[in-house]
Design a protein around this ligand. Structure first.
Ligand code: ADP
Ligand code: ZN
Length: 678
């Protein structure tokens, strides 16, 4: 007697598939989803082996448990399995952890009749629905993208164009081509709050809404979309479902792991956004992984941005990516005028944060019936509470961070761990009564100031505290579009992709904010963010104006924004990074060492430092306490590897970690291509 073995990858933090015995009469292929016993539980896994049916000698089979069942669900397509392996290898995450991203739908639950059949009845996006008549420049670029989609081969295009130039209209033509060819399109957004407005836009363009995919879906929605994307097999009433396969998905980064049956194009909108980096669990950059996904699927990738990342710009300049450019705003709308407001020359009143220049411009905009926006990337009322008597700063007991004052909740809150306390009536340190004062502005404080200087203005706070769901975002967007709001006060949530025709003025409360801290990309990111914010205004007939409040009007970032020469700024940035092999001319990998006990961290760092890799083209920086030396109660130190492109960073790290045995209390987090250095 011999038994047949099958290897099954489980969506758990193990790198290796597990062996199971194939029961008599069951046939399995690579990618099939199965339920298998693990300890006392049943787990859904995927058959991983390309040649699953290996005959085992007698005896060996005895210890193997049997596969419990083959699920009535579509198998994972080959390219998705390859993608999972690739992402795991690149990010150094266990393959099972990456598989978990692809199985974020409860596939064990019985197939919902209602859901399945309703989905089949839903209208499909129609590629032949009439779109706008493109300008000559737009049409030319659209034709190139359409040819690339039709080629059914891997390609990457960086689609660069100022805000309002029609990038979206142009890449939607590529989507239409994919759909016309019976293939699927995936459109990634950096922020799910944007999905409401985008869904409406896609519905208007294609006559039917896309499927959306993000973390806030119900289990039933997830299951229906997951199956619909895979081709609809196994859905009850399967008839109409072949034609009912979901063809267009609008998603957050995790949509990359959906089991697309036939992907025709992947689009990454606002490709420069740091929000594409997944910072916990499997740490990956969705923009980069989208390119990999397209390569494995053999389809076109399009990265769109008004302010491309240096990474993508360099790839385009070196010919690895095609570079498509839309030079002008559609319909001749003028680019916003960006001006700096020198806070040394036109300071706010004492205890206030808005320069008279900005207040005057807002007053004028509102008087003209337009809307204005104030941008400040700081949630809450004030970033810090300080004791007037002793100088004590109220900080989080679990994190290296100050507690942020939130007036709406009347509490102090840690933005890292969620620790919250009532506003103390006396200083925690010197016990002086009523001595704590808020220092610096958050958006709530700006709202208070607007209330004082423009009492008639109807305000809307656009922050993640005020707006927690896509529905709330939709309501806020509706209010702005309907003109029932005069002044929008927003955090970075307001910076992205929105389109409000009547918004003609934006004031940036603290344009210097992103330059502090000085990580590698601080200048690049500031320039992108501020440009993006400025791009929110003047999109229709009315010209827009952006005012940047700054103490450093001569800083290269402010100069680049005011002159509009972002390309020159990028060239200068590249020249700064090239000689030292900083990204994108070399690569970085961060090793974050954490533990509950400070001593455990330092001991582990010492052991790691003794064995640190030494080789040409590689520098190991650190160990050093992380800027957030404590986060959620855990102590943190960091190493940073800086390597020339030829160095196989993953192999070096694997080898290094294998040489240093560490206690279980210590956890190592590996971040390949880090974006955050905190
Ligand atoms: P981007 O993505 O570059 O910011 P969009 O594609 O969103 O630009 O275009 C900006 C605005 O101009 C949108 O309202 C869009 O519908 C409109 N628009 C762009 N191109 C055209 C066109 N050819 N005809 C009509 N409207 C257009
Ligand atoms: Zn905290």
């Amino acid at each position: 007697m011999s038994a047949v073995r099958v290897t099954v990858l489980l969506p758990l933090p193990f790198d290796h598939p597990f062996d199971y015995a194939l029961p008599d009469g069951m046939a399995l292929c690579a990618g099939d989803l199965v339920s298998v016993p693990l300890g006392k539980r049943m787990v859904v896994g995927a058959v991983w082996d390309d040649a699953p049916h290996t005959t085992l000698a007698d005896g060996a089979s005895v210890r193997l448990k049997e596969v419990a069942a083959k699920l009535d669900a579509p198998a994972l397509p080959d390219d998705l399995r390859q993608f999972i392996d690739w992402v795991a290898h690149y990010t150094m995450a266990p393959r099972g952890a990456v598989l978990a991203l692809a199985l974020k739908a409860n596939l064990l639950a019985p197939v919902g009749l209602a859901r399945g059949s309703r989905r089949a009845a839903v209208a499909q996006p129609n590629p032949d629905f009439p779109g706008p008549v493109l300008s000559a420049a737009q049409a030319q670029e659209a034709a190139r993208l359409q040819a690339l989609v039709q080629a059914r081969d891997f390609s990457v295009t960086l689609l660069e164009g100022v805000t309002g130039s029609g990038k979206t209209e142009v890449y939607l033509e590529a989507v239409a081509t994919a759909l016309r060819g019976g293939r699927q399109a995936l459109l990634l957004l950096p922020e799910i709050a944007l999905s409401a407005q985008f869904t409406a836009r896609l519905a208007a363009r294609f006559g039917a809404a896309p499927a959306v995919w993000h973390s806030a879906l119900s289990p039933a929605q997830r299951r229906a979309t997951w199956r619909g994307v895979a081709g609809g097999q196994g859905v009850a009433g399967g008839q109409g479902v072949a034609g009912g396969r979901i063809s267009l998905v609008l998603g957050a980064r995790s949509a990359l792991f959906l089991p697309f049956a036939d992907l025709g194009v992947v689009i990454v909108d606002e490709e420069h956004e740091a929000a594409y980096k997944q910072e916990d669990g499997v740490i990956y950059h969705a923009r980069d992984m989208a390119v990999v996904r397209a390569r494995l699927a053999g389809c076109a990738a399009i990265l769109a941005s008004a302010t491309p990342s240096l990474e993508s710009s360099v790839n385009a300049a070196q010919g690895r990516y095609r570079h498509g450019v839309l030079a002008a705003r559609h319909g001749g709308a003028a680019a916003p005028m960006i001006e700096t407001v020198d806070l040394r020359l036109a300071p706010p009143e004492r205890g206030r944060f808005l320069s008279p220049v900005v207040i005057e411009a807002m007053t004028a905009a509102l008087a003209g019936g337009a809307q204005a926006m104030l941008f400040l990337n700081r949630r809450g009322y004030a970033p810090l509470m300080l004791c007037r008597r002793c100088g004590h700063r109220v900080s989080c007991p679990n994190c290296t961070a100050w507690l942020v004052a939130h007036r709406a909740r009347d509490r102090l809150l840690c933005h890292h761990c969620g620790h919250t306390i009532q506003v103390p009536t006396q200083c925690p340190s010197c016990k002086a009564a009523e001595s704590l004062v808020p220092i610096g502005p958050g958006v709530e404080r700006i709202a208070e100031e607007v209330q004082a200087v423009l009492p008639q203005a109807r305000q809307l706070l656009m922050t993640s505290d005020a707006i927690g769901s896509a529905a709330q975002a939709q309501a806020a967007v509706g209010a702005i579009e309907a003109g029932s709001v005069d002044v929008v006060i927003g955090t970075q949530m307001m910076a992205k992709g929105w389109h409000f025709p009547n918004l003609t003025l934006v004031g940036v409360v603290d344009a210097d904010l992103g330059l502090a801290g000085g990580d590698l990309r601080a200048a690049e990111r500031s320039a992108q963010l501020l440009h993006q914010v400025a791009g929110r205004v003047g999109r229709a007939e009315q010209p827009g104006r952006a005012l940047l409040q700054t103490y450093q009007p001569d800083h290269p970032v402010m100069q680049a924004l005011a002159s509009g020469d972002l390309a020159g700024f990028r060239t200068a940035e590249a020249d700064l990074r090239r000689p030292g092999h900083w990204p994108p001319f070399g690569r970085l990998a961060a090793l974050i060492v954490t533990a509950d006990e400070a001593e455990a961290v330092t001991a582990a760092c010492r052991a790691l430092a003794m064995q640190a890799p030494m080789q040409a083209g590689l520098v190991v920086l650190g160990p050093a306490p992380a800027p957030f030396a404590m986060l959620r109660g855990r102590h943190r130190w960091r190493f940073l590897l800086k390597a020339e492109r030829r160095v196989p960073v993953q192999a070096v790290l694997r080898d290094w970690l294998a040489r240093v045995p560490l206690p279980r209390s210590v956890r190592i987090i590996i971040d390949i291509d880090p974006i955050s250095f905190l």
